[in-house]
Design a protein around this ligand. Structure first.
Ligand SMILES: Cc1cc2nc3c(=O)[nH]c(=O)nc-3n(C[C@H](O)[C@H](O)[C@H](O)COP(=O)(O)OP(=O)(O)OC[C@H]3O[C@@H](n4cnc5c(N)ncnc54)[C@H](O)[C@@H]3O)c2cc1C
Length: 394
């Protein structure tokens, strides 16, 4: 009998297990993958996520992996270029983009160090029920009982399916994403938006740079037939200087990609169960918030339910509180991501970038909003709105 079984041991599940184990609970952490296992991701952890790693005592190990700090950001949209950095949180101004083969084992290792029992290569196939309450999991190695089962098992969550967690908000997919790793290009964290898509350059471990190219979902069927040609064409068209660097460099490994970037919220709690991370909420990866958001939800769930695991009534009330607060914290950026991922809203984004580029203070506030350090309400002040609607020189 455990206090908590956590299903899924990456950005959402491993910190949830670590934090609850640090509170002294008996925690079982399961993942169907044999670790270390790679995962689709463009790797970028926004500063609030990095600050959580620091608070959890894990930033030193991340830095020791040789992952470079990213404290200078370049955004280009057509003829508008903005560069700078956010003001920081807890004194942390740098983002990091560790390979998932570095980050995920680090997080699962921290959970095990905190006292959680970690079993990889172990798939959850069913849930144990008492009336309408989840009281454990069935795995390919046997059954385990717990006061709380946490589904941290990603966008296609088995726990969400088995509990029947309803989708409360959803929107159609907006983009598709392809990326590869390169040796040679020397870049900051850079983001380019052109007429046919979005391109980003993300420095990561071992001196490599991940170069990603996103295009609108409507083109996915066409693009997937020759994904490599479409990827190279996207970078050449929308980030030509970066493309020149790629031509002089060398690709490491293959091309990775997906057209299945769902946008939804699911109800994330019920009697004896909760969802964290992508299992309960997913959005287009263009705004690179999934990892920091998963960390936030792990913190929130552990804080909210940690004291109530011994009492079913109080636990269920705490789970409802967690879900309400989670949605409130995540909804603004969800809506913003839907706008960022719509090619049709490009003129508005150009006006915004031009306006924030007009002063260093506005530039910093813009990068604070992008990172999730300040809310969009704090960015869109009347002054900024006036600048955005001012006519531009012909
Ligand atoms: C192309 C792409 C690029 C992205 N880029 C970024 C980025 O730059 N920055 C960012 O912040 N976010 C990015 N994201 C999003 C980010 O990767 C996710 O939000 C984050 O990984 C979510 O973590 P998670 O732990 O919730 O889920 P996952 O990382 O999906 O982990 C779920 C785990 O559950 C396990 N599992 C599933 N089913 C079972 C089962 N039945 N039994 C046992 N285990 C199970 C899986 O093996 C897996 O290890 C990107 C996503 C995509 C697709």
């Amino acid at each position: 009998m455990y206090d908590v079984v956590v299903v899924g041991a990456r950005c959402a599940g491993a910190p949830t297990a670590m934090l609850l184990a640090r509170q002294g609970h008996r925690v079982l952490l399961l993942d169907r993958s044999a670790f270390p296992a790679d995962k689709l991701s463009t790797l970028y952890i926004q500063q609030p996520g990095v600050a959580r790693l620091a608070r959890w005592g894990l930033l030193g190990a991340l830095r020791a992996s040789g992952c470079p700090p990213l404290d200078h950001v370049v955004y280009e949209l057509g003829d508008v270029r903005v560069e700078g950095c956010c003001s920081g949180i807890d004194g942390i101004r740098a983002a990091y983009a560790p390979r998932r083969s570095v980050l995920d084992p680090l997080l699962a290792g921290a959970a095990a160090d905190a006292g959680a029992e970690f079993r990889d290569d172990c798939r959850v196939t069913g849930l144990l029920w008492e009336d309408d309450r989840v009281v454990g999991v069935r795995t390919d190695r046997g059954e385990e009982r717990a006061a709380l089962v946490v589904g941290a098992d990603g966008m296609r969550s088995t726990v969400a399916r088995l509990t029947g967690a309803p989708t409360t908000t959803s929107h159609p997919p907006l983009t598709c994403a392809y990326y590869a790793f390169w040796n040679g290009p020397k870049t900051h964290f850079e983001m380019y938006e052109g007429d046919t898509g979005w391109v980003s350059a993300v420095p990561t471990n071992d001196g490599a740079v991940l170069i990603a190219a996103y295009c609108p979902q409507q083109r996915f069927d066409e693009v997937r037939h020759d994904a490599r040609a479409a990827y190279l064409d996207n970078v050449r068209t929308n980030a030509p200087r970066l493309y020149e660097q790629m031509e002089r460099g060398r690709q490491i490994g293959g091309l990775h990609g997906t057209g299945d970037q769902q946008n939804f919220f699911r109800r994330a709690h019920g009697p004896g169960w909760a969802l964290v991370g992508d299992a309960g909420h997913h959005k287009d990866s263009l705004t690179a918030r999934g990892i920091a958001d998963a960390f936030m939800q792990a913190d929130l769930l552990a804080e909210t339910v940690g004291e109530h695991l011994g009492d079913r009534t109080r636990l269920d009330a705490a789970l409802a509180d967690y879900d309400r607060e989670r949605e409130q914290r995540l909804m603004e950026n969800y809506q913003a991501t839907l706008l960022v991922a719509q090619a049709e809203a490009r003129d508005k984004r150009r006006a915004l970038l031009r306006a924030v580029g007009s002063s260093p203070e506005l530039t910093t506030r813009y990068f604070d909003a992008v990172a999730g350090i300040v809310s969009l309400r704090e960015l869109y002040t009347p002054d900024l709105m006036a600048l955005m609607s001012a006519p531009t020189a012909p």
